[in-house]
Design a protein around this ligand. Structure first.
Ligand code: F6P
Ligand code: MG
Length: 477
C-alpha cells in the first residue's frame, strides 16, 4: 500500500461507480454460477469421498455468497500454503478488516477470487479444479464464426509474408503494409477483450458474435478514444532495423478462449513479420475473474485447433439437451485452423512463444507496487521491447484503480511503471470500469452527454460497457 498512488481508489460503497454494481449484482451471480458448475461435477462424480468433499466446497461457496450479500466483514484468507496469503491478510488488516460494501473495489474483487480458490486448494480431490473451465470453453465454441474468419485471414497473411521475403525491392511499400497490419492485428487483439465472461451476465452470445466480426471491428475504430499504436510500432521497428538479435514482446494475458486466440494471432504476426523474435505470455496461476487464462487453457486451445472437427462437431451437453447437431466445418476451415495449430505449436516447440506464470498477477495490489516488491519480475520485464497489458483488470491495476481526472496523462497515472522505469508499457483495454485516463480535455464530458453515457448523474456509465477502448503507450526507456 505504501507504494500506491495517493489518488483515492474506487470503493464498493460508491453507489455511482461500477464498483457498487459489480459487488451488488455481478458477484453473487458469478458465485452462483460457480456453485452450479461444481454441483454438476459433484453429481457426475463416482468417488464418494470426492463427492463429499465437493459438497463441502459447495457449502463454503454458498457461505461466501451469504457473507457478501449480507455485507459481512471480510475474513482472513485461510492458509493454503500460498505465499500470497500473508500479502492478502496483511492488507486486509491494514484496511481495518472492512465489509464487502465498504472497501476498495480492486482489493475486494481480487480477494473474492483468492478466497474462492482456498476452498479448492485446501481440498484433497479438487485442488486444481477450475470452476470456470466449462464457461470458458463454451464461449470459445460459440465464437466459431469469428475464429474461422480470423484463421483464414491469418493464413493468407503469413503465407504472403513468407512470399514477400523472397521478393526484391518491396522497400517502403512493404514497410507501410507491415505497419497497417500491425495496427490491424493489435485492434483485433484489443476488441477480443470486449468479450470477457465476467460481463456475460449481461451480454447474449449473439451480442458477442457481433462484437467479433471484421465489420464490427472497422465500425468500432471510432470508439478507440486514445490510440498510441503508432508510437508502439516505431519502437518495434527501430529494434528490428538495429538488427538486435533478441527482440522480445511480452503479453500480460487477460481472458481465455477467443481473447487468447486473438492474442496468439498477434503473437504469431509479430514473430512471422520479424517485429519480435520472442513472445512471452504471462497467464494467471489460479482461476481468476472468471475467464482469465490459466496455462491449461492454452493447452486446451491448442488441442481444439489440433482437431477442430472433434472440437466443433461433437455435440456439447447443451446441444444434446436441445437435440442440436452442430453444423460440420468446411474442408477449407479445417485446413485454415490446422495451419494455425502447426504454426503456433512450432513456435512454442522452438521456444519463440513461451508461457511464464508468476503469482504476482493474482496478488491484490496495483502494479504501482511492481518495481518495489517484485524485483525479479521487474528486471525481467525491462528486457522486453514492449510489455502489452491486456484488458480491463490489467488497466485498473496499472492505474491503481483510482479516480483520476480523465485528462491525466497515462504516463503519470501508471506511476513507477511510467517514463524512466525501463519498461515500455502498452495497454490494450476495452473500458469496463470507471477509471480512464489520457483523454483529451472535454472528451469525457462529450461522451457522458451521449445516450446512456451517464449524463450529469455523476456515474461514468459509458466506461462500463466495453463499447469504448483506450490504447495507451508509455515509453519507459
Ligand atoms: O467491470 C467488470 C469487470 O469484472 C471488472 O471488475 C474487471 O476489471 C473486468 O470486468 C474484467 O475484465 P477483463 O477481463 O477485461 O480484465
Ligand atoms: Mg479477465
Amino acid at each position: 500500500m505504501e507504494f500506491d498512488t495517493k489518488t483515492p481508489p474506487y470503493l464498493t460503497s460508491d453507489k455511482l461507480s461500477f464498483a457498487y454494481i459489480s459487488a451488488r449484482d455481478r458477484w453473487p451471480v458469478i458465485v452462483t454460477q460457480a456453485v452450479d458448475d461444481l454441483y454438476r461435477s459433484v453429481s457426475e462424480c463416482q468417488d464418494p469421498e470426492k463427492q463429499e468433499e465437493g459438497k463441502k466446497i459447495i457449502e463454503e461457496l454458498s457461505r461466501l455468497k451469504y457473507e457478501l450479500q449480507h455485507d459481512r466483514q471480510l475474513t482472513p484468507i485461510r492458509d493454503d500454503g500460498g505465499a500470497d496469503v500473508a500479502i492478502y491478510n496483511r492488507e486486509l488488516e491494514q484496511l481495518g478488516t472492512p465489509s464487502w460494501f465498504n472497501i476498495p473495489w480492486l482489493f475486494c474483487e481480487c480477494y473474492l477470487y483468492r478466497r474462492l480458490n482456498t476452498s479448492f486448494s485446501l481440498s484433497k480431490h479438487w485442488k486444481t479444479y477450475d470452476v470456470f473451465y466449462r464457461q470458458k470453453i463454451k464461449t470459445f465454441r460459440s465464437s466459431r464464426p469469428a475464429v474461422i474468419e480470423l484463421a483464414a485471414r491469418y493464413k493468407d497473411l503469413v503465407t504472403q509474408i513468407e512470399q514477400d521475403k523472397f521478393k526484391a525491392g518491396t522497400g517502403s511499400e512493404h514497410e507501410e503494409a507491415e505497419k497497417i497490419l500491425f495496427f490491424e492485428m493489435c485492434e483485433i487483439c484489443l476488441w477480443g477483450n470486449a468479450t470477457d465472461l465476467s460481463l456475460l451476465t449481461s451480454l447474449t452470445y449473439e451480442d458477442i458474435q457481433k462484437l467479433q466480426g471484421s465489420e464490427a471491428r472497422k465500425a468500432s475504430e471510432k470508439n478507440i478514444l486514445v490510440n498510441d499504436l503508432g508510437a508502439t510500432y516505431e519502437v518495434l521497428k527501430k529494434a528490428k532495423d538495429e538488427g538486435r538479435k533478441e527482440r522480445r514482446v511480452d503479453i500480460v494475458l487477460d481472458n481465455a478462449g477467443f481473447e487468447l486466440y486473438v492474442d496468439l494471432i498477434l503473437a504469431g504476426y509479430l514473430l512471422s513479420s520479424g517485429l519480435a523474435t520472442l513472445v512471452v505470455l504471462h497467464p494467471k496461476s489460479i482461476p481468476w475473474f472468471v475467464s482469465d487464462v490459466l496455462p491449461t487453457d492454452f493447452a486446451a486451445l491448442l488441442s481444439a485447433l489440433a482437431d477442430p472437427r472433434r472440437f466443433y462437431e461433437t455435440p456439447s451437453e447443451e446441444d444434446k439437451l436441445q437435440n442440436n447437431t452442430p453444423s460440420p466445418l468446411a474442408d477449407k476451415d479445417v485446413t485454415d485452423l490446422g495451419f494455425l495449430f502447426q504454426e503456433w505449436a512450432r513456435m512454442h516447440a522452438e521456444g519463440q512463444l513461451i508461457m511464464r506464470p508468476n503469482t504476482f498477477w493474482t496478488h491484490p495490489g496495483s502494479y504501482w507496487r511492481l518495481p518495489s516488491t517484485e524485483k525479479d519480475l521487474y528486471e525481467d520485464l525491462k528486457t522486453s521491447e514492449v510489455v502489452i497489458f491486456k484488458g480491463d483488470l490489467n488497466y485498473r491495476k496499472l492505474t491503481g484503480d483510482a479516480a483520476w481526472d480523465p485528462a491525466t496523462p497515462f504516463t503519470e497515472a501508471i506511476g513507477p511503471l511510467g517514463p524512466g522505469s525501463g519498461v515500455n508499457v502498452l495497454a490494450l483495454r476495452t473500458c469496463k470500469a470507471d477509471v480512464v485516463v489520457g483523454l483529451k480535455p472535454g472528451l469525457d464530458e462529450e461522451i457522458l452527454a451521449t445516450e446512456g453515457g451517464g449524463g450529469d448523474s455523476g456515474a461514468r456509465k459509458w466506461a462500463w460497457s466495453g463499447k469504448w477502448a483506450v490504447v495507451s503507450f508509455s515509453n519507459g526507456k
